[in-house]
Design a protein around this ligand. Sequence first.
Ligand code: S3P
Length: 451
Amino acid sequence: MSQYNFIAKPTIDGAPAEQGIVRGDIRVPGDKSISHRSIMFGALAEGTSHVSGFLEGQDALATLNAFRTMGVAIEGPQDGKVTIHGVGMHGLTAPSAALDMGNSGTSIRLLSGLLAGQGFDVEMIGDESLSKRPMKRVTDPLALMNVDVDTAEGGTPPLKIKASTAALKAIHYDLPMASAQVKSCVLLAGLYADGKTSITEPAPTRDHTERMLEAFGYAVEVDGPTRAVVGGGKLQAADIDIPSDISSAAFFMVAASLVKGSDITLRHVGINPTRIGIINILRDMGANITLLNESKIGGEPVADIRVQGGELKGIKINEKDVPLAIDEFPVLFIAAAAASGETVLTGAEELRVKESDRIQVMADGLIALGVDAHPTADGIVIQGLGGTDKRIAGGEVESHHDHRISMSFAVASLIAEAPILIKGVDNVATSFPNFLTLANDVGFNLEMIDA
Ligand code: S3P
């Protein structure tokens, strides 16, 4: 794989108050979670599904390529448009080699549920980061459903599923952690089970699987924190308009919050209630965020988000917002570093098993840039620098090839006194291929260089 670094420079050398101002009106790429699911359900539906706003990032493309390998005709993506000629619930063909899921936890965990019911053997592999991530959280419930599934020692990929001709066993499963990927895996296996499969989640997590199953005509029962599907039904082709990803918008929301004078409008962003932790937390920190033009497309709420710069204050982050902002913490830690006072995060141990250990990797990077950051078992404590005239230092940080770590330290450059070298940014393309261009358009000063 090619290896790249970012050099992220302070924006202007003038008065401190002028530096780091970002302005613009932009649309970030399509939602990653919804893009994955549009391919999965389109492939298994009867009829032809049209998708627009599809994220042409490596993660969603890993899902798309997996279904092509299993015999599904898919046109595109071209300008975010994809046409999927569905093969029905039992129409996939056995892949001739292992399916390569690259960096994508969503692909491997959701597909483990879907492929458990297909009646052919399948092996899924991933890159160095994915090969270290825990899969027992999906293989445990699948084993209860009588799926013959194996991992490497230690419960990591490769993940091997053995063909079974019998219907899977319907179960009820209490999720041990708040995870949309585990919830989705069990519900998707439940589509192939001999009765009603249900899960109960310990806290609300993103519900794109449930919403999109309904959009494809498959009923999902909702009862408090419990979701259930009855196996043996069918999916009917649907047209899906994918909103912009709030997890990508988050980098610009924090960027615009850091310095007075900044003003960014992010168009057509998904504001599903299970994804708005970033809005809640930034507002608690004193950020100035306005939602405009609220509407609903394809079952998902959407709005334009305007953020104007001001002063941020440190807070104790509300634990109920943790699953609702689970992918946004790396960049929220940059907001905490710029704020006045202390920010405390607890209840976020899941961050340690993302594309990298996001608590440790962010703490290491912040400390390298002169910020007082203390990782804890389930969170972090960050002492904010407080106010626009204090700067973080320049220096070198390691992204550990984690896309969201790379982009977060790019945001940090807006309040840095010297350039930051961010090492290993190649994986930015997994979720946000045009990040560098959009960032520079609104006032960043980023350069990609060979590592
Ligand atoms: C996702 C669920 C979350 C999130 C990931 C996408 C999904 O993972 O971090 O980026 O699309 O279901 P967990 O289920 O592990 O929390």
